[in-house]
Structure formats: structure tokens, C-alpha cells
Design a protein around this ligand. Sequence first.
Ligand SMILES: *[C@@H]1O[C@H](CO)[C@@H](O)[C@H](O)[C@H]1NC(C)=O
Ligand SMILES: *[C@@H]1O[C@H](CO)[C@@H](O)[C@H](O)[C@H]1NC(C)=O
Ligand SMILES: *[C@@H]1O[C@H](CO)[C@@H](O)[C@H](O)[C@H]1NC(C)=O
Ligand SMILES: *[C@@H]1O[C@H](CO)[C@@H](O)[C@H](O)[C@H]1NC(C)=O
Length: 571
Amino acid sequence: MRQHTERDNLVICTVLVELRCCVAVVAVKDKYKVHPKSVPGGIIRCNVYRPKNTAKSPVIMTYGPYGKDTHTSEFLPHAWHDINSAQQSEHSAFEVPDPKFWTEKGYAVVRADEIGTGQSPGFLDTMSASMSDAFAELIEWAEDQEWSNGKVGLLGISYFAGSQWRVAVRRPRGLACIIPMGKQVRSNQYGLAGRSKNDGGPETIEGNLSEEELRANRTDQDIDNLKAAFRDDEYYASRDYNLEDVEVPLLSFGNLVHLRGNVEGYMLAGSRYKFLRMRSGRHDLPFYSQVEVGTQASFFSVFLKNDDVDGWMMGKQPKVMYQAQKGPFDLKSVKAASGTIYDWRIAPEWPLPNTNYTRYYLTPDLKWTPNQPAVGVHERLSYPSMTTLAKPFSYQFITEPFEKEPEITGHIVAHVNLSVTRKPGGTTPKDIDVFFIMRHWNADGSERVFTGTIGDFAAVTRGCQRLSLRKVNKEHPHHRDFRLHRDYFSTDVLPVLPGEVYPVDVEIWATNVVVLPGEKISIEISGGDTPGIGPFVHEGGERTEERFGGTNHLHFGPSHENYVTLPIVPQ
Ligand SMILES: *[C@@H]1O[C@H](CO)[C@@H](O)[C@H](O)[C@H]1NC(C)=O
Ligand SMILES: *[C@@H]1O[C@H](CO)[C@@H](O)[C@H](O)[C@H]1NC(C)=O
Ligand SMILES: *[C@@H]1O[C@H](CO)[C@@H](O)[C@H](O)[C@H]1NC(C)=O
Ligand SMILES: *[C@@H]1O[C@H](CO)[C@@H](O)[C@H](O)[C@H]1NC(C)=O
């Protein structure tokens, strides 16, 4: 890899008052050739923001598809409005650190457009191996620059968090630590005419491409996801990686909606120094809050500047910290959305020590109770499959009002006995998708709604499972009773025959919630999405009427116990 010289197109754009900014063109060629359609080599365009009067700085880098030149206020105007003003500048972009703030702290910020997006030409293949390989090369390029001190840290939310895990397992030279914090991409494809009208940001430097060229120059993740169903399919196999291979220090920041990956990453990473933080609120506001930016700066200070002011390497920082979601949440409040209303709790490990995994049973009269129900006659609750968010149908099992104050923090597993039968006049169903959602009820009977990623209404947590893929690999070293391990290989498919009753365990995403006396919680079972799921619905083309259409049944009876195992933390 090399940096293009002036002749090669290195554009010095402006020298700004508080920082130096240039657009660098980085040639990648060594490893960017994994996708059959991707040409070896290519260029990545990135903005380099450097502090003035500093010869060598540590580097904070992001590499992603949302447009290095698209200002947050254009990309997501309503989000921009609520962001901590100390983190707003003319250089702000969606989900990435603000260059003005970080250059003032002595860091260089490199913000790159992923290949095929923004101003980086080439084949667009989100989350692919070739994307991550190119990212690794970009990190090594930054390490080599005469203006860098050779240490590169990664910091970003959502897509920019996912990409950090993927590149960290590649262990690129110069990568010193990561802080992953848990919209659309196609509207920012390289060469797309009128792009500036979609998301703001500039038109493509080398001009527009034709519709045929655009189509030939991208692969659509939605379509690829439809075609590839198993982890051993080429599409997923090429993207697969082992979190154990991550060895750099990491600070994994999760929130309600992005929590699963952050917890998985923390638990499985091979890093000696790893920390987990979980907070409530939207995905973007906490990232820019004064407290969190302070934590990010403290962490970078250790691993990028060799200055351990807060004792991260000396055991002075808790391994795990989380906000206990206790008390009301106002969806409309910016304070709540910024994740500043709940108190922090500290734990020495995750899952929390002394977690008491307790079964809460579902009963045919829609109760959710810790008392094992008396063995009754066979009964079943029947519900339509293929319901949608627009027209949901579900059974809700609800607890009695709590008397004490249970804290539920950790991993949840549901166990149910299910079957499917043909609808009158329908075809023979071949599979079942089961959906769970957990809700919290205020003492006055109203639902406590939390914020999802972008201020949408979110329930406490959820999970879903396809029955043909119910096989659990209990031999796998990562398997725990509270954290199921499924391989999802094509060879794992099990039959789903109409009229047969199948027991299935369903992972419900790890969460935390404190239920006050008088409040209740509920668990809902459905054949489709129900309100509180946020923008990430499961209504893709693979869920065909032909395959899933039918009536689903939840079975109760002597050999048919249904329960949800909750992680109760003794107070
Ligand atoms: C690309 O398309 C946009 C919108 O149609 C247009 O404004 C722009 O001039 C085009 N760029 C070039 C270089 O033709
Ligand atoms: C993508 O577009 C470029 C034009 O910038 C073209 O040269 C190239 O052949 C295209 N790549 C593919 C894979 O079609
Ligand atoms: C776990 O919770 C159950 C149900 O409340 C209780 O009976 C049991 O004693 C608890 N176990 C521990 C180890 O606290
Ligand atoms: C239903 O689940 C129970 C465990 O709760 C299991 O023992 C049983 O085999 C399942 N029933 C059937 C018919 O598969």
C-alpha cells in the first residue's frame, strides 16, 4: 500500500483555523480481491483532519458507507438537533467522532468512505471480507504516515461499530484499541447521480455512473440475505470471523437496540484489556454526551498516548458498568434519549455473578408466573403465522404486580412447545418463525416504552427463532444454558411437519430492567413482528406464505411446559 503523491491525486483541500484537513487517496491492492466481482486494487478516499502545530499524532479512524462529506444535519436533521452542542462542528458526520473536538485533544481523525460509496470508487459489498481487508490496509497506511505516531484507535456507532470487530480480528499493524458503540447505504453509492439530494453531501468527484454501471458495481445486502440462508453459504462464510481473534484493548459500549453484538463481542474477544458499558437512550445521543466523550478520551489516552490517567490498566476501572433501567422513561424527553436518567451500577464480570436463573412459566390463561403450574390437561393456544407490524396478533402472558423489586440483568431464554397446521383452504406449511417481545408495565397499567435507535418506541427486549434451525450445539465451547450456541449450518436443518409438536429454545436478547413494586412485566408470543420492534422488521421476501403460512399452536399439558428463564439478580 502507498499514499498517492500530489501527482497521483492527493488533494490538499483547506487549511482550517483549528485543524488541518486534506483529502487523501489511499491505494489498496494487496488483499482487496475477495468478492468474485471485485477487482484487486482500488482506492479509498478519506478526509484527514490533523491538529495544527503537532508533528505526530495518534489517529482515530472510521471507515463506512454513510458519506465522509455528508454533514449530520443533512443526513439526519432531527438527530442533529439533539446532539450535545460541544460535539457539533462544521465537520460533523453521522455516527462518527467530531474532528474539531478530537483534533483539539491532539488526535488526527481519518474519516474514510468505504469502497463503492461516497467518493471511493469500486464494488459496493457492505460488511464483506473485502471491505474489512481494505479497512485493515487503511489502518496500516495510517500507521505509516509521517504525521501519525503509529497508533490507530477506532471509534464509531452502529455500522461503524460492526466494522471495528471485523477489522480487529485481522490484527492490522498499528491498530491499538477499539471503542465499538453499538439508514440506508445505497443512496450514497459511488457514482449515483443526484446523490446530494438524497443525504446531502457532494456529488461524486469523477462524475455520475449509468444505472447499468451502478447495478454492476454493487451487491444488494437485502437480496444477498435472501439468497444465502446458512452460515456455511459462501456469502456468510466469507464474512465469518472469530471474536477470539480480537486482541486489542476494547471498550464495548452497548444500548438497548444494539446490545447483542456488544455483549457477544465483550464476552468472546481474546483481549487482555476489555470493558463493557451498557446504557439506555438512543444510539447516537449518548455517544456524543459529555460523560461518554470523556470516557472515550480517557480510554484513548491510555492506549493511543500511553497516558493511563484513570487507571484502565491498573484495575481502577470496573470491567462492567450498566445503567439499571429503574423508574419511568419519557420517550419524548431528550434527557431520557441521551441516556442520562438512570443510575450506573458496577459489576466485576458479565454475566453478573450470583445471577439466579429463574423459570417464569406461561399458562393457558395468559399468566406469567414463577410458580410451576399444576399438570393439567392438554390445551393449546392457536395464532395465525405471518402477521405483520401493521396487523399484529399475539398472546401476552403477564405477571402479577411485583411485591419486591427484582432486577433482571443478563441473558434470557424462552422454552416453548410449538406446532403448525394447515389453514382452511391453505397449502401445507413447512416451517415456523416464532417471535417474542418482553414489555414493562407501569403501576397504572400503561406500558413503559423505551427509546429505540432513532427515538422510535421500543419494548424491553425481544427474540425470534426459525424452527427448522432450532438445533443447538451444546458441545460448542461457547454454549451455555443461558446463552445458546447455534451453528446455523445448512446441515443443521431439521424437519418441521404439520401437526408435530416441537420443543424449541429461543434466545431473547440480553437486557436489564428493574421492576418496582406494583409494576408488571409481560412476554408476548407471535407469528410476526409486534409493536416495539423499531425499524428492523422481519418482513423480508423469504417469509413466504407458501413456506410459513398456517396456524401456529403453543401446547400446554403434562409433557408440555412452556417457560422463560429470567436472569434475576439478588438485591
Ligand atoms: C450528476 O448528476 C447530478 C444530478 O442529476 C447533476 O446535477 C450533476 O451535474 C451530474 N454530474 C456530472 C459530472 O455530470
Ligand atoms: C464500476 O464502475 C467503474 C466506473 O467508475 C467501471 O470502470 C467499472 O468497470 C465498474 N465495475 C464493475 C465491477 O462493473
Ligand atoms: C433463586 O430464586 C428462587 C425463586 O425466587 C429462590 O427460591 C431461590 O432460593 C433463589 N436461589 C438463590 C441461590 O438465591
Ligand atoms: C415440550 O417441552 C417439554 C419440556 O418443557 C419437553 O420435555 C417435551 O418433550 C416437549 N413436548 C413435545 C411433545 O415435544
